[in-house]
Structure formats: structure tokens, C-alpha cells
Design a protein around this ligand. Sequence first.
Ligand code: ATP
Ligand code: MG
Length: 780
Amino acid sequence: MAARPAPYLDDLNPAQRAAVLAVDGPVLMLAGAGTGKTKALTSRIVHLLATGKARPNEILAVTFTNKAAREMKDRVGRMLGQVEGMPWMGTFHSVSVKILRRHAELVGLKSNFTILDTDDQLRLLKQLIVAANLDEKRWPARQLAGLIDHWKNRAWTPEKVPSSEAAGFNNRGTELYDQYQARLRSLNACDFGDLLLHCVTIFQAHADILTQYQRWFRYILVDEYQDTNVAQYLWLRLLAQGHRNICCVGDDDQSIYGWRGAEVGNILRFEKDFPGAQVIRLEQNYRSTEHILAAASGVIASNAGRLGKTLWTEAEGGEKLRLIGHWDGEEEARWIGDEIEALQRGTRGLGPFGLNDQAILVRASHQMRAFEDRFLTIGLPYRVIGGPRFYERLEIRDAMAYFRLAVSPDDDLAFERVVNTPKRGLGDKAQQEIQRAARENGVSLLEGARELLARGGIGGKGAGQLRAFVDGVDRWHDTVVNSRPEVADAVLEPLLPETAPARDHSHVRLAEVILEESGYVSMWQNDKTPEAPGRLENLKELVKALEQFDSLQGFLEHVALIMDNETEEAAEKVTIMTLHAAKGLEFPVVYLPGWEDGLFPSQRSMDESGQKGLEEERRLAYVGITRAERLCTVSFAANRRVYGQWQSQLPSRFIDELPGAHVEVLTPPGLYGGGFGAAAPAFGGSRIEERATRADVYNSPGWKRLQDRAGQRPMSQPRESRNMTIDLQAVSAYALQDRVFHQKFGYGTVIGIEGDKLEVAFDKAGTKKVVAGFISPAHE
Ligand code: ATP
Ligand code: MG
């Protein structure tokens, strides 16, 4: 082999090369972020194929996300060029489906089984709960779904659930789990968790089949091993048992899926499971500059019980991690948007960095909304990874459908969407009746429902609930009509900051009332799935977004407008994603917003007794910082709006853990000119090894100014947001003929300037006078 040229080995360091060449026997590559674990793993696949050690179908490589699997396929494809067949590369689930289809009959399924989505799953569980005479309000299907998922992650079939765990769900959990599995079999279906569980069951019960796969998959490779759960772990161990050619790659400091059943212990006991395993450590980081790496290492050092790793980089110096505090979340979004564009132009002595090179990584998906709104307003192309964009989310669409009904009760699409969400006992039949009544009378569905109720055409529990729904819509609509501003065009008039009337927040309150009275919020409050808290946060975020508008209608128009903008396709886009979804990825420029106690670390992790939750959050912080190659910016806001109330925030405790020598504190914008030029480090590089503390932040000139402003307007009290915008933009930044964008009127051209009042010829809305604070530069 030595005689053959092996280009894929050339760009590896000795430790990586050792990991690639040690093809036989168990290998654990345990190393910090950005040390080239994934690169070595991929090269190992190429090596196995290029040397003829294995044929493509004898290699099994598993990763965690579809995106990671795709990237691995691409990389292997590129390195190999044209080869016959590709190895089995995919996620645990995608590989399991393939295996299960071949042996479905062994677990009572046919090979064409269907995979249920969450809705189907819940419907099924609900039927079982009702049949078991349990009150489905007290014992919601989602809670049972969460419990069953938890058991499946631990590879427990109904009979294997230990008695210590079986008390769940009113002592009926295991019985219902058993019935659920039987129902799935009779439907020739399985859920997501079954894919792995069934495979494990088959392997355990049928030695011949297991042997067949063991022979088949002679080489097994696993990326992100630190995030495997018990079922995945068993699945791997069974497959690797015979030949023991298993190579696992991971980083205990990046274990971030504990909440979904992942066990970091799996990586720690690898050497016990596979005696004689070679453990290879990689120490050189190729991704990030020195300051970024040092900042990340400083944070993770606070975790106890780590394996501990040394990391170094040849990329000395570079930019320090930048830390910036903002007045509130909107300002944070505005600053990041401006910064992205500045770096895109390369005007800060850095870059240029294209939009594809820049990413915003958030702790919670509800944080995305502020960025999406801002970027849509300024026309900055973005993509949301790991989830739909804010306004495309299920709960947001549902809530918007309620608002649409309140504004126009004739909106039949909205009616259909929510008439039985939450469940109001209106099945398909009842809904068809409503449709028919509407058609016969040539009226809207709401009127159809009213008509049906009047003639007693609907019976049972559904009647009362439908009545309550119709009454609710009437009531909400009345409120909308009565609170409509007398002159709908009042906002068209220029408003000077000091004369701006206190904003009427009645539509925000109405939105809250609608979501409460309709039962929509309680539906998610009773929901025990892991997604439910996130959905509730998104709903709060939606209510928060409403505050910037004068009416529900104005808001709905805004959304319609921005959704329309989204159709423009751009090749270059800023990425917005959660920290969880960013695992394994890298970007030259990374923004980490919302570093505030209660947001990051999450409130839940702070409330928990013990350090477990907090340590997982800290690992998430480590994952976040280590995604950055050249520039990493951490930010936090002094105020966030939660349910219409201002809440003052404390900078994250993780900020205290950033090593001061590697951090530069920037001055908040709008106070000092902002940006690099105005950078005001609170602590000099001479104080090597000292930590940036929250006190340092508070003592920085920028923060002092924020505090001063807080003195003018008490932080803990609701504050009128538009005044704030005007403060910042009081010196009009616009010139005649500038193209601008207004949230309500769309695009236009400046034709007159009077202080901070502008006269704008809007393309569609005609000529209006507006305050500069209401508009932004157009990016058409
Ligand atoms: P993570 O823990 O975040 O998943 P990782 O250890 O898997 O990181 P990779 O993504 O494989 O790291 O590599 C990080 C970056 O370093 C990539 O851009 C990769 O191409 C580069 N890299 C890895 N090894 C080398 C090397 N020997 N020489 C030059 N660049 C390398
Ligand atoms: Mg990796």
C-alpha cells in the first residue's frame, strides 16, 4: 500500500493519519471541536475503499442529521470520484428503515409499512386513552407520546419497561404502550422510535440475521458519538460485536442531546465495551483562530467531570471574541443586520464575508423572529435551518388563522384551520355538515355553523363547543371593529416623538385573549412533548411582534407583505439556526445573540437542582463559539419584552466565564457611533488570564450609557418602542431620492426632508409624510 499514492492522506496530521490507517479493531477518536474528526472519518471511508479493504456495501457510516449525512456523501464522492456504489451512509433512522423493510414480518409488519407522523400518532393514542376510560384532558395524548418515546429511546419494549418507571400515566402507561404497539401492527405502521427499536429486537431475537449484518457491515463508522441514546448504542454494539471494526468519533464537551435521551456515558465507556480499543486524541484545531478557541476553552473549563483536552491552533491572534450589550432585542437584531452588511462590504478592515459565510446561532427558536423581521424589512436574504421560518410554523399559522377570523369572520380557510384546533369534538362529519349548510345558504363557514346550530343540525358535545367557538369569533370581531382607530389613516400623519400618543395596546391584549379563550394556549400547555415549550415561546414571540403595529389588521398585512418578499430567491443567504442544529458545522462569521440568564442558560436549567442542566447549556455555549472560524460575536440585551411586559435581563453567567484576554467589549450602537471604530474594551490585553465579568460589562462606557438611558426611562416599565427607534435615528440618515422601505406602505422614494420627517412617494401607497424612524433603507 505504501507504494500507492494516497492524496487523501496528504492533508492529514499524524494523529488523523493514524486514525485512518488503523482500520482493524475498535478505534475511538476523542477530540475537541474543529480538530478534524469528521474529516478523518471521511478519509477513513475513502481509505477503506481506495485500498480495496472493503467494498462500498461493506461500510456503514452513521451520523446524526440528514444534513451531516449529505455532506459526508458529498465529501466521499468528491474524494473518490467515480466509484461503483456508495457505502451505507445515513442517519440511524434512515439506515434502520432499510433494514426493517427487509425483515418487517419478524416484528409483525409487512415490508411496505408506513411511518406515522406525529398527528397520526396522537390521534391513535387518543383513541386508546378514551377507550381506557381515562380523562383525555387530564391525561393528554401528547404526554403519553412523550413517555413512549422516552421508553423507546432506552430500547424498552412494553414488557421491558422496568417497574420503577411503569407508574407513569396514572399507572396505565405500559398497558397503553402495549396496546399502542398492537394497534400499530394492525395498521401495518410504526412510529419514528420503532425504527431503531424494531431493529434491535430483530437483532436480539434472530442470531442468524444479526450475523448476516455483522458480515455485511464489516466496517462501521459513527460521527457525533457523544449524542447516541441507549437504543442507538445497542444497535451499534450488536452490529459491531463480531468483527469489532468500529470507529467512533466524538467530543464529550459537545454532548447536547441529554434532554432527548442521549447518554454521554456511552463515549466514556467505549474502552470497556471494546477492550483493546485504540484511543486517538487530536489536539490541533484547524477551524478557529486563537482567540476564539481560547474563549471557548475558557467557558467549557467550568464544567466538572470532563475528560479534559488540550487544543491549540496555528491561527494565532485574529480578532478577539466580541461582546456587545444592547438596549433590547430589536436593537440587537438591527445591529447584527447592519454588521452583516458591513462585513459583506468588507468595510471594517475585515472580510469581505459573503452572506453564506455568516450565521446567527440562537438558543431558542423564538429568538429567530426578531432577526427574520429585521432581515425581511431591510431585504437581507436569509435561510432558516432546522425548522420552518417563523411565520411558517404550525403554531404561528394556527394563531394567525384565529387573528384572521377575528378581523374577517368570513375567512373560510382560517375557519377550517382552527374550528377543531384545539379539538372541539367536531369530526369530519360535523365539519362536512357545516360546509353543506354554508353552501346551501351561500354564506361563509362561520355563518353556516351558526345556521346549523340554530336548526339543531348538530348534536352531542360538539354542539356546545361549536357554539362557544362561534360566540368567541363574534366577540373578538366586535372588539376589532370597536377598537379600530377612528381615522384609519391616523398613522399616515407625521408624528413627532414628543407628541406621539401612548400606543394603544388593545389589539395586543385582544390577541392574548383570543389565544386564551380559544383554548389554543392551554392545548400547548397540556402538551408534554419536548416541542411544546418552544411552541408556547413562539406564541409569546408572536404577541410581542404585534406591539409594533397599530392593529391586528396592520399586522396581518405586514406578514402577508413579508411572506410575499420571500419568494425572491437569492444564492447568498445568511443562515439562522439553533445551536443544536449547528453541531458539526462551521462558518467564518458567527453571531451568538441572547446571552442572558433565563434565555441562555435557559430558565429550566437554572431552576434545576444540581449542575447537570447548566453543564449541558455550557456545552452548548462551547458548540456555539467553536462553530466560528474568524469572527465570533456574543451579544445580550438589557431588556426583552415578554408578553407585552418589559423585563430587564441580566447578562448570561457564561459571559463571566469568557477569558478577558480574548474578549473585546464593543460599545452599543446609537450611543457612541457603534462598530469597531468605537470599540471600547473594558479590560486590556495586559490582564492576561483574567475573566470578563458581568461587572466588567457594566463598567464599560457603553453599558454605563445604557444605564443612563435606563435612568431616563425605567427599565422595568413598559416602554414605547417606536420612540426608541426615533431616538436613534433622530438625525435623518436619508437624502432626497433615496429609496426606502416602510412596513406598512412598502417601497418608495424620498422627495422631501423636514428634520426627521420625510415626504415619501410610495410606489403603491402614494405620497405620504412619515417619520424617519418608521422607515429603513430599501434593499430592492
Ligand atoms: P466538530 O467537533 O465541530 O464536529 P471536527 O473535529 O469534526 O469538528 P472537522 O469539521 O472535521 O472537525 O474539521 C474542521 C475544519 O478543519 C474543516 O474545515 C476541515 O477541513 C479542517 N481540517 C481538518 N483537518 C485538517 C488538516 N489536517 N489540515 C488542514 N485542515 C484540516
Ligand atoms: Mg465533526
